[in-house]
Design a protein around this ligand. Structure first.
Ligand code: GDP
Length: 227
């Protein structure tokens, strides 16, 4: 996919403020510092696109960007732990929870994971949360240039093992580096495929959110991890 236009559309503080868009949406989420802004900028080929999301007051908002007037890239605020009594509870803001649970034109959530670290409890909990709600997601292992390829492969294998049982299907996996641009064409290629499938499976009604496109006729995509 060639990126012709990538523009900031709107920031939403809560679910009801999300745009009444008919464009298919692809959302990105991860813990702070995982490399989300860098990846968004790389995908959009715009150095400062995701800077909007870092501006004061914007970090807790859902930020929408329009790409090629054909789809929306959605930058979601991250998640963490709430220290509640003895248990650590997965915590993200209500806007993100509602968005992930209710957004009908959401095509895929890209959950970003730092490829340098062994499986982190909070990432596993988040992925499990997505799996339980059958939210379609892909895992994106970031910063793979930071270590030997074998180390990244081990991290990915460990994560896959640790999350076994969280989802019915083998998750889609991408491995990325914003310094070498690894993974960019794979993610954009996947989005292109999803858009083409979406066109075949539904006709958007004006001023209405689209139903999820993945339910009809979607097959498992092959793993895109660097192997
Ligand atoms: P965010 O908080 O998730 O938006 O993370 P940023 O995109 O701001 O990245 C956090 C830090 O990691 C910055 O110093 C980036 O330059 C660095 N970083 C992000 N992605 C990569 C990558 O693929 N490779 C390397 N070497 N550094 C990265």
């Amino acid at each position: 996919m060639k990126i012709k236009t990538a523009t900031f559309a709107i920031s939403a503080p809560d679910f009801k403020s999300c745009p009444h868009s008919v464009l298919p949406e692809f959302a990105f989420i991860g813990r702070s510092n995982v490399g989300k802004s860098s990846l968004i900028n790389l995908l959009a080929e715009k150095k400062d696109l995701a800077r909007v999301s870092d501006l004061p007051g914007k970090t807790k908002l859902i930020n929408f960007f329009t790409i090629n007037n054909a789809w929306s890239l959605v930058d979601l605020p991250g998640y963490g732990y709430a220290k509640v009594a003895k248990s650590d509870r997965l915590e993200f803001n209500t806007a993100v929870r509602d968005y992930l649970g209710q957004r009908t034109n959401l095509q895929r959530v890209f959950a970003l994971i730092d490829s340098r670290l062994p499986p982190q409890e909070v990432d596993l909990k988040f992925v499990h949360w997505l799996g339980q709600r059958t939210v379609p997601f892909a895992l994106v292992f970031t910063k793979i240039d930071k270590q030997a390829a074998q180390h990244s492969r081990n991290t990915i294998d460990q994560f896959k093992k640790a999350m076994a049982g969280s989802t019915a299907e083998v998750p889609l996996i991408f491995a990325t580096s914003t310094t070498t641009k690894t993974g960019r064409s794979e993610i954009l290629g996947f989005i292109t495929q999803s858009l083409a499938k979406g066109k075949k499976t539904f006709v958007p009604a004006p001023m209405m959110n689209q139903p999820r496109a993945e339910t009809a006729g979607e097959t498992d995509e092959p793993d895109s991890a660097a192997e």
